[in-house]
Ligand binder design. Structure first.
Ligand SMILES: C[S@@+](CC[C@H](N)C(=O)[O-])C[C@H]1O[C@@H](n2cnc3c(N)ncnc32)[C@H](O)[C@@H]1O
Length: 306
């Protein structure tokens, strides 16, 4: 302790002979007086308000910063900056679903971000599948529905608004797309909608943990031929868990030479065209789907018996 005090204060309070000096410089040899002087001296140290020696500041290395702390901090800053960047460019698009034969109607607002990444904005397939979901709403109450590669998730949000138990998903390595799913659910006051990362062609824990699904929604998942088989493999896996489940797919024709027929056979799946919904009953400023050829079909297991 003495050594530490000496280092901290840079002054000696005791002579090398072991005796102590009183404040006034007198030598103290009495044991009790020595103890009293120590008490006095230590109290002075605790109440010492003098400024610190520069040498102490220079030598004070402090505890090392852990790598994990830096990574955590970096992630926080990245998320924060992403949030700031995306919140600046978010636009809100309103969709009003109606029914000519009743007063039923539903308003949904989809926040989208105008950036290059695929899942951040609405694709033309999405309102078409959403309108189909709306027209099938009387079958959806309490049904378990998974939207694959949902992006801004319009069809899944409509399903949830119609009473379905909905899980939205997107590529596990696309946190910004998963954020879009969450944001769409929050914007439409759907706190019970779950969001999970599911990547085509990958049997992940998240995929295995899903409860049996009744209907799978897939809007514009078949756009790059190199991924077609991975998409179908994920679909086949989901149907394995619930063989009576059905997949509602909206597909944008980008080339007439593309076909999934051979791959459907390979995965023991079959496809059937669905009735195209009446798009006149959808009211929205988003009208991109009108400029494209969109098809709707259902995929089931080949061995499914109606
Ligand atoms: C053309 S966008 C369609 C988005 C949305 N379904 C729609 O129609 O507006 C394709 C979607 O597939 C997702 N995606 C791309 N690669 C994927 C992969 N390997 N696994 C899962 N999803 C993927 C993208 O993140 C994006 O959300």
């Amino acid at each position: 302790m003495y050594k530490n005090i000496e280092e901290i204060t840079g002054k000696k309070a005791c002579s090398s002979t072991g005796c102590l000096k009183a404040k006034n410089g007198d030598i103290i040899i009495d044991k009790e007086r020595i103890l009293e002087r120590w008490v006095e001296y230590i109290e002075e140290l605790f109440n010492d308000n003098r400024k610190e020696y520069d040498v102490m500041k220079r030598n004070f290395a402090g505890p090392p910063i852990l790598k994990d702390e830096i990574i955590e901090c970096e992630e926080f800053l990245l998320q924060h900056c992403r949030g700031l960047m995306s919140s600046q460019r978010v636009t809100h698009t309103k969709f009003k679903f109606q029914d000519a034969r009743s007063d039923d109607c539903l308003e949904v607002i989809i926040p989208e971000v105008a950036e290059e990444s695929y899942g951040l904005y609405i694709w033309p397939c999405s309102p078409v599948l959403a309108q189909y979901v709306w027209q099938k709403r009387c079958y959806l109450d309490k049904k378990h529905i998974l939207e694959l590669s949902a992006g801004t998730a319009l069809p899944g949000i409509v399903a949830a608004k119609c009473g379905a138990v909905v899980t939205l998903s997107d590529h596990i390595a696309s946190p910004r797309c998963l954020d879009r799913c969450r944001h769409s659910a929050e914007t439409n006051s759907l706190p019970d909608v779950r969001v999970v990362g599911i990547t085509w062609g990958r049997i992940s824990q998240e995929l295995c943990d899903l409860k049996p699904i009744d209907i799978i929604l897939a809007s514009d998942c078949f756009y790059d031929t190199k991924d077609f088989e991975d998409v179908l493999m994920t679909m086949a896996f989901l149907l394995e868990n619930n063989p009576s489940a059905e997949i509602w797919v909206s597909y944008q024709e980008r080339s007439s030479e593309r076909s999934i027929k051979y791959l459907l056979d390979k995965w023991d799946l079959s496809a059937e065209e669905l009735d195209f919904p009446n798009m006149d009953q959808l009211d929205s400023s988003y009208e991109n789907y009108k400029a494209h050829v969109i098809e709707l079909f259902s995929i089931r297991r080949k061995d499914y018996k109606r």
